[in-house]
Ligand binder design. Structure first.
Ligand code: CU
Length: 293
């Protein structure tokens, strides 16, 4: 017969073994440091990436930019006496400031884009307040990527991110104040940004869990680089006032080490010309396939 003391020790040892067994069998609850979601494997690059390139056109007579009355702030009025609206920037029939991105799709011989974890760049993206408007007007970042917010003006700005799926964020930044850093943890296309001091100031930030996005330049061109070969849904978003944004989509196939074209047309009668159908959207819509885990 075992002594009372020996039975007690045996009991303790058995309990400890069970505990360690339980903890070793526990499902992994590590979180992905880039997304905050469950840990997912990174896509193993095969070195055969291609690109998606295209032009964004405006069909019809482009809405004219309007001069902004900046007289409420003498600093803005003197630095930017001819500030113009940027909601429609059309030159020679080409549309700037369109956010183009891969909505989702399947990588050739692999899984969907949304089923991989994509590393967040360590470099920041700059959003500058300069001449009492934002530069750039539209930008893309990955989730948890630093946005470096600078004030290059001789006045106080109050930058205000108004997302739907991320926390509201609102910071005053006086003349000469150091840069502010902000990041968004949840994918959201796109987050409107405004200034509480200057009601005309407006920017849009597209936040994605992968790096496959671009913004159209003044000549309407864009390129999404380093795309693994595969079949994808590509979406182009433009703020398109007076609504709250217009989105168009297209299916593309990216060949290994090759380029595919995705041209989009916005404007009044684009739908009549056989362009992809447009969809009126709220300003901040969750990225349905990539935003949830
Ligand atoms: Cu401002």
């Amino acid at each position: 017969m075992l002594s009372k003391r020996a039975r007690l020790w045996l009991g303790i040892i058995a309990a400890l073994s069970l505990l360690s067994l339980a903890s070793s069998c526990k499902p992994t609850t590590e979180t992905n440091e880039n997304t905050g979601g469950p840990s997912v494997a990174a896509y193993p690059s095969k070195g055969n990436e291609g690109s998606i390139t295209g032009k964004i056109s405006y069909n019809g007579t482009a809405p004219e930019g309007k001069k902004i009355d900046t007289s409420a702030d003498a600093n803005c009025a003197s630095k930017s006496p001819n500030l113009m609206t940027e909601d429609w920037v059309v030159k020679n029939g080409k549309l700037a400031n369109t956010f183009v991105y891969i909505k989702d799709g399947t990588i050739e011989g692999a899984k969907k884009v949304s089923e991989y974890g994509w590393p967040t760049p360590s470099s920041a993206v700059t959003l500058d307040q300069n001449g009492c408007h934002y530069r750039p007007h539209v930008l893309g970042v990955m989730v948890k990527q630093d946005i470096n917010i600078t004030n290059s003006d001789p006045t106080t700005h109050n930058i205000h991110f108004t997302p739907k799926n991320n926390p509201d964020w609102n910071q005053s930044q006086p003349n000469g104040a150091p840069a502010l850093i902000h990041k968004l943890n949840v994918a959201e296309v796109l987050v409107p940004v405004k200034c509480n001091q200057h009601p005309w100031m407006r920017a849009y930030v597209g936040v994605l869990k992968h790096p496959f996005f671009a913004v159209s330049a003044e000549d309407g061109s864009f390129t999404i680089k380093n795309v693994p070969p595969g079949k994808y849904t590509v979406t182009a978003w433009h703020e398109s006032p007076p609504g709250n944004g217009v989105e168009k989509t297209m299916e593309v196939t990216v060949p290994a080490k090759g380029a595919t074209t995705a041209d989009f047309t916005f404007g009044g009668t684009a739908a009549l010309l056989g362009q992809p159908s447009s969809l009126r959207m709220l300003p901040a819509i969750e990225f349905p396939m990539l935003g949830k885990h």
